[in-house]
Design a binder for this molecule. Sequence first.
Ligand SMILES: [Zn+2]
Length: 269
Amino acid sequence: MPELPEVESLRLYLACQDLVRRTFVDISADWPGIENTEDGLGGLSGLRGRRIEGFSRVGKNLLIRLDRGVLWMHMGMTGRLAVMFPTEEPMRYARVTLYLDDERRIELDDPRRWAGVRFEESAEDALPNVGPDALDAELTADEFVRRVKRKRSPIKSVLMDQTVLAGVGNIYADEALHRAGIHPARRADRISEARLKSLFAAVRTSLLQALKYIVDHPDERGRPYVVDAYDDRMRLQRKKSATCPDCSTPLQTRKFGGRTSYFCPKCQS
Ligand SMILES: [Zn+2]
C-alpha cells in the first residue's frame, strides 16, 4: 500500500517530468458510476484548460497545484501514476487519464479502484482535518510531543491517526516504534517526553530511509517502483516466523484499529 515514502517518490517523479506550465486539454475516466455524475467525469471536467503550477504532498495526499484550484489524489491501496508518451499503450488499469497540451498524458493506474481523485477550489478544501506532514520541516519535536500527549489511545493508533500526524501508516508506525523501543500498546499520554522525542526522530528516519530505497530502485522507465512490505528496507519482516533484528526474539503481533502490528516483546516496552 502506498504510504508517505511511496507518495513522495511519485511527487518527486512528477516534479522532474517537465510538467509545470503544461495545460490539461482533456480528461477521461473509467470508474463505476462516473457516467452518472453531473459532468460524466466525477467533476474532473473542470480541469480542462487548467495549467499545472507544481506538485505538493501532505501525508499520503498528492496535490497537483493549478493556476486555479488543485487536483487532489490519493493512491488508495494499489494506485500509481505515470507520465505517458503518445506512442505508449495505456496502462492496463488506467482509471483516469489527463491529456496534456504537449500530447503526453498522466495516467492513474489502479487495479483495485480504491484510489481517489478530486478537483477542488483550494488545498484547504482538498485536505480538511489533515494534521501536519510527518516530514514537514516546520514541524518540531515539541509540537509532535504536544499533539501526541493529548491522546489516551495506544501509541500505535495515535501514530496512524492522520489528524495528529499525516503520512504514517501501519508499516512505518511499526518500524518507528521498534526503532524507538516503544511498545505499540503503550498509552500515548503516559510516554515520557524524551521517549516521544526519540519516537519522532525514529518516524523521520524510517520514512526517509524508505524514500531513499524507493528512489534508488526505479523501474526500467525511471518511474517509482512501488515496493511491497516484505523487502529489505524494512527492519521488521511482516510474517509469522519473523524475529527481532536486534535480539532474535520471535516478533509478536497484535491488532490496533483492525491493522496488524509487529513488535518485539523484549526490545519494546
Ligand atoms: Zn528485540
